[in-house]
Every structure is written in structure tokens, then in C-alpha cells.
Design a protein around this ligand. Structure first.
Ligand code: UTP
Length: 647
């Protein structure tokens, strides 16, 4: 079968260290001196970076369409020794050769053809373009050869690849593997640990090239002379600054970023710079006097526009960063730095992943499996006894869950014939004669139904062309926002204080891509579920970066391709929990599937196809929900829900 080779699109940002510079190499010294405190840095990807495309090939080829490459390219057989040699020889292509030699040595891969199509990294120093290109090569191999590496895995390969070249990058450079999102990195001897930080409120940074000079090699040599064992008081002071003082600063930085407290974060930048000037700069007095840096940090006009500022990277007169007060002052500051100070300045806005405000619940299906009940009663109205002792239609249990998740707008996707049914239930007041019979707690619940009803919008699915088709009807309701998607016939019970949908929304805020809620299912039941396989992204093994999605696979297929081993068990299958956070790309793919009639064997537009497509092309996560989902949609599971739910 001859088909066009698969081409993937790649983007890797540059990175900016917000706090904790120099503590990466200092912490690495713990391998030799156990008394050293581990390093910690807060690093973020920036909006600028490197763009590329890649496909499988016979050899390892890197070329570019950019004029600055002058048509130069690198081509080498996938031969470890030859690639290693190219890496050792230095020069621009040594980085990519270093990573390819590492892949060749440790993984069963063929070649790739990588084309660099764009590069808008503004400055040569402080933003680490070499780490970005190394991450890009590692990611291309991972995607094209299905190596199932998580982000940490890619980051490590990029690092070890670059170590094979004469250039030496620090360990914090590869934070760019985590995208435009701040992470905290711990450097403990040879160990490294990375944690994502959830941004709660927009942070309007500006960074600028000071247009002066600094000698990074000299700075590093001066500071390194105090390691691994301090020789005198000055050395001990440096150890303290990069050790326990730094931990105190980075701990607070994490807290302020995740609380959205820009003012305290800005003040912390000023504190960090003062600490640096007092305890670190004396070790390299010539290079770290940094007159240009200090002149802008003390500029009254700049102070009025910002909450704080500090140096970047190895410090010296290289690059400066500021936290502007808002979007307006961010623009004003850039203008001032460029036109008055004659520097090149760039904005960096760290945004919270848009909070989830909307939910959609398709309920238009007939419910064949609950026939003959569904001749008269919608399956979403089949009752269960809730924890509060009230007998409730399943849909109300679900809508209460959305109240807990502070969802503001809810769209029910209905079959048009059911309009009156739903309107009666949610909008028609109880006749006074009935209301008067209710107990106080029941009257309270009536108020709750009233509150929930205010959030409801009805949308109609005129032809029942499947779950994916139903979801697509809510595209205009979502209006570009990421939304929570729940099944109308599934209810949830959390094992903790945190409702299941809130757990899912938290995972979305942390990882920023579509997230599917999953639960373990026994092998013999994989045929009843959408099954999701991937690699663990976090240490706790709650989040999977997805690599494969199959709708109702046989147990043979599941055993062969969909097992996800964990520390607890060597055999796990993860099935849909019935709750998702979906991004705009899912609606785009559903649109395409409807246009091109991409259906399953029953002629239905499937959500699973869209999930699969988006997972392959944009990335997607699964989150193992700490809770139980109860399917009300077939007699056997309904019996179980009635017996167990609410206990
Ligand atoms: P199901 O897959 O359970 O389909 O739908 P169904 O038609 O309701 O039930 P069976 O399989 O015939 O017994 C999952 C969810 O998607 C909705 C259903 O109402 C349910 O909440 N759905 C399904 C739609 O809204 N439209 C459809 O065309 C299909």
C-alpha cells in the first residue's frame, strides 16, 4: 500500500527563567557534597520559538526553508558513531546530531527528515534556542516512531543529546519541553524533578535585551569556584544564596503564581535581585556589577509601570525581566524600553487556561437498551436514591454535580419531540396543592431546581446520528471555549471531597489540552467502553499522555495494544468515565467528520474518532478520576446504580 508519509507539525518555545538562576548547576554539585541544598528554579516557555515539520526518512536530515540557513543542511546515516562524531565536532548542527546519536544508541528508530520552517526567538542569549532544537528532534522521533515517551523523557533525551556536543547547557534549559507554561524544577544531584504550576490570573511580563555585554563563561567560572566545597566565608555566603535563600524565594514564587498575586510576585522579584546583588555578585564583581541592568531597575518611570523587575539567566548586563501591572502598562513599558532606552523588548503573557464555565449534556438518544421503559420515560429520568435520601431523576444528580463545579451555563441536547417533556420538568412550577405538601427540605430542593433551570439552554438534534453528532450541535453554544462534556445517562460519586468534574477541570487547568476522565475496567469488559492507552505524565500516575484510543475494543486487541502498566499493577485498562473537557479542536474534527461522512459501522458520527484525531494531532490527556461512575443506560448497570449509588 503506498500512501503519503505522515508529516507532523512541531513547535518548541524558547524559555525564560523567572526565579532560581544558577541553582541548577549548584544543585547538581550535591552529588559531590551532600550538604548542598537542592536547587530550584521557576522556568517558563515563552511565546516565541522554533517551528518545524518532520516525517520518517531513511537518513537523519535537518534542513530549513529560512533564508538565514542559506540552504545549508545536515545529512547523516542513522549510524551512532558517525552522528556522535558530528556532535563532538561542534557547530550549529552538532546539537541535532547529538540527540540523533542518542536516539540511535538507545532506541530502535530509523531516520527522520526535519525541516525548520520558522524561528522567532528574539535573542541569542538567555532564551536557549539550542535546547529548543534538541527538544524538537527528540519529540519528532517520539511521535514518528511511537516511542511512548512522556514530556520528562523527551526533556532528558534533549539534555543528554546536547551533552554530546562541546556546548554545555544547564539542566533548566529543557523546560521548553513543557510548552508556554511555568514549571518548577528541582535539581538534586543528578536527579531532576519537574512540576507544572497552574496560572490563576494573567501575568504580564516584559523582557528586554539590555544591549550591553556580559561574559557568561567568566561569570560561571567565578561562581563555580565556590563548588562543591566552600573555601571561605564568601563561598559559604554564595552556597546560602543559591541554597536555602533560593528555596525560600522559589517556594513563595510558586505560591504567588498559583494564587494570581502579581503584586507579591513583583515584590519577590525585587527581593531576589537584592539577594543576588548582596550575596552572589561579589563572587564575580566585574561581570555582575551590571550598571545597565541596575539603571533600568531603578528607573522611576519603569517602577511606576511595574510591580518589580530582575535580571535574567546568568545575570550581568544581558537581559532584564519586569512584571508589568496590566496589559496597558505592559504595552507602555515596551514602548518606553524601545523608544527611550533603545532596547529590544518583548511581551510574555502567562494566561490561566480559560476557566471552564460551560457544560454540554447530550440526551437525545432513544435509549434502546432500556426498552420498553424508554417508550414512555426518558432514560435520563430513571430515578436513583441520592445521598440526601431524595429519589431523583439521574439528570438532576448530574446537574447538581455541575452546580458544585460552578458551571454557569448548561446546554442539554434534546430530541425535538422531547422539548415539552423537559420544559415541563424544569420550568413549570409545581401546582400549589402539591407544593403545600412538601417538607421544608423538599421546598429547599424546589429552590435548587429553580436555580439550576436558570442555567439551562436547550439545543436540538434533529436526526439521531450518534453521540459525536449530538455533541457537535453545541458548537455555537461553546463558541470557542473549552467545555465540560457529560453523558446524560451517567452519574458520578467522588471518593474525596472534590467532585469528579472538579478533579477533571483541575487536570485541564494544569495540562491545558483536552482531558478525558477514565477509570480502570477489567479486560473482559473492554468491549463495552472507549479505551484509552498512553504513558504516565506525572509521578502519582493519575495523568496519561494519550497514545492510542479505541472504541469498544475486543479483549484480544486490548491485551495486545492498550495495556498501561502502573506501579500498582502490570495490567490496567482505562475506559471512559463519562466526563470530558473538550477544546475547540474536537468541534472542528466533528465538523469535518460530518462533512466527509466519517462514521462507524452503524453510520454514526463518533466522539471517539474526534478524540483519536485530536490526540494524534494536538495531544490529549486522560485523567484517572478518584471516584466511581454509574451508567444508567443499560438494565444490568442500572440495577447496580440503584443498589449502590448514594450509599
Ligand atoms: P448512548 O450511546 O447510550 O445511546 O448515548 P442511546 O441512544 O442513548 O442509548 P442506546 O445505546 O440506544 O441504548 C450516550 C449519550 O449520548 C446521547 C444519549 O442520550 C446519551 O446521553 N445521544 C446519543 C444523543 O444525544 N444523540 C445521539 O444520536 C446518540
Amino acid at each position: 500500500m503506498s500512501s503519503k508519509p505522515r508529516t507532523i507539525d512541531l513547535f518548541v518555545p524558547g524559555r525564560l527563567c523567572l526565579f532560581g538562576e544558577h541553582s541548577d548547576w549548584a544543585g547538581t554539585n550535591k552529588a559531590m557534597n551532600a550538604e548542598i541544598v537542592p536547587g530550584c528554579a521557576i522556568v517558563t516557555g515563552i511565546e516565541q520559538g522554533i517551528y518545524g515539520t518532520a516525517q520518517k526518512g531513511e537518513h537523519f536530515i535537518v534542513k530549513s526553508t529560512l533564508p538565514e540557513y542559506n540552504g545549508e543542511m545536515f545529512e547523516c546515516e542513522m549510524d551512532m558513531a558517525k552522528l556522535k562524531c558530528a556532535a563532538r565536532n561542534g557547530g550549529f548542527f552538532s546539537y541535532v546530531a547529538g540527540v540523533a546519536s542518542y536516539m540511535c544508541e538507545w532506541y530502535h528508530v530509523g531516520g527522520i527528515e526535519l525541516t525548520i520552517t520558522g524561528m522567532d526567538l528574539p535573542m541569542k542569549s538567555g532564551l536557549s534556542s539550542s535546547a529548543a532544537i534538541c527538544v524538537m528532534v527528540a519529540r519528532a522521533f517520539n511521535m514518528l516512531y511511537d516511542l511512548h515517551l512522556n514530556t520528562m523523557g523527551i526533556m532528558n533525551i534533549a539534555y543528554w543529546g546536547e551533552q554530546r556536543t562541546p556546548s554545555r547547557c544547564g539542566r533548566l534549559d529543557q523546560a521548553c519541553a513543557f510548552g508556554v507554561n511555568p514549571v518548577s524544577m528541582i535539581f538534586d544531584g543528578n536527579e531532576i524533578d519537574v512540576d507544572r504550576i497552574t496560572v490563576k490570573k494573567p501575568l504580564h511580563y516584559v523582557f528586554a535585551d539590555l544591549m550591553a555585554g556580559k561574559d557568561t563563561v567568566r561569570i560561571l567560572a567565578d561562581l563555580n569556584s565556590a563548588y562543591p566545597f566552600p573555601r571561605n566565608e564568601a563561598d559559604r555566603t554564595l552556597h546560602e544564596a543559591l541554597g536555602k535563600d533560593n528555596v525560600s524565594i522559589t517556594d513563595r514564587a510558586k505560591k504567588y503564581i498559583s494564587e494570581g498575586d502579581s503584586e507579591k510576585l513583583g515584590a519577590l522579584m525585587i527581593e531576589a535581585q537584592e539577594l543576588f546583588d548582596k550575596k552572589v555578585a561579589p563572587m564575580s564583581p566585574e561581570e555582575l556589577k551590571s550598571p545597565v541592568l541596575h539603571s533600568v531597575l531603578n528607573d522611576e518611570k519603569i517602577k511606576s509601570l511595574t510591580y518589580g523587575g530582575k535580571g535574567v539567566g546568568s545575570q550581568g548586563d544581558g537581559t532584564v525581566q519586569f512584571l508589568a501591572k496590566d496589559e496597558e502598562t505592559q504595552k507602555e513599558l515596551i514602548d518606553y524600553l524601545e523608544n527611550v532606552k533603545k532596547m529590544t523588548a518583548f511581551p510574555l503573557t502567562l494566561k490561566p487556561k480559560k476557566a471552564i464555565r460551560k457544560a454540554i449534556i447530550p440526551v437525545a438518544g432513544f435509549g434502546t437498551r432500556l426498552y420498553p421503559e424508554t417508550r414512555g420515560v426518558k432514560k435520563e429520568f430513571c430515578p436513583v436514591v441520592d445521598k440526601d435520601g431524595l429519589l431523583k431523576p439521574g439528570i438532576l444528580v448530574l446537574l447538581e454535580e455541575l452546580e458544585k463545579a460552578e458551571i454557569e451555563e448548561i446546554c442539554l441536547i434534546l430530541n425535538r419531540e422531547e422539548q415539552a417533556y423537559y420544559e415541563d420538568f424544569f420550568f413549570k412550577p409545581l401546582p400549589e396543592s402539591h407544593y403545600s405538601k412538601l417538607s421544608d427540605s423538599m421546598r429547599e430542593y424546589e429552590k435548587k431546581i429553580g436555580r439550576i433551570s436558570k442555567k439551562l439552554t436547550f439545543i436540538y438534534q434533529d436526526e439521531q446520528k450518534g453521540f459525536g453528532h449530538a455533541v457537535y450541535q453545541a458548537k455555537d453554544f461553546a463558541a470557542g471555549e473549552s467545555v465540560l462534556l457529560l453523558l446524560g445517562d451517567t452519574i458520578y460519586s467522588s471518593n474525596s471531597e472534590i467532585p469528579c468534574t472538579v478533579q477533571l477541570i483541575d487536570a485541564y487547568e494544569k495540562y491545558g489540552l483536552s482531558v478525558v476522565g477514565v477509570q480502570t475496567v477489567p479486560l473482559e469488559k473492554t468491549g463495552n467502553f472507549g479505551i484509552f492507552a498512553g504513558v504516565w505524565e506525572d509521578k502519582e500516575e493519575t495523568v496519561l499522555k494519550l497514545t492510542r484510543i479505541e472504541e469498544k475494543p475486543s479483549s484480544t486487541l486490548a491485551r495486545e495494544y492498550l495495556n498501561v502498566p502502573s506501579r500498582k499493577s502490570s495490567e490496567n485498562y482505562y475506559g471512559a468515565f463519562g466526563a470530558y473537557v473538550i477544546t475547540e479542536e474536537i468541534f472542528d474534527r466533528l465538523h469535518q467528520a460530518i462533512d466527509e461522512n466519517i462514521t462507524n459501522a452503524k453510520g454514526e458520527i463518533e466522539l471517539t474518532d474526534a478524540l483519536s484525531y485530536v490526540s494524534e494531532n494536538h495531544g490529549m490527556y486522560a485523567y484517572v478520576v478518584d471516584g466511581t461512575s454509574y451508567d444508567l443506560g443499560n438494565p444490568e448497570s442500572y440495577r447496580n446504580a440503584v443498589a449502590s449509588f448514594g450509599l
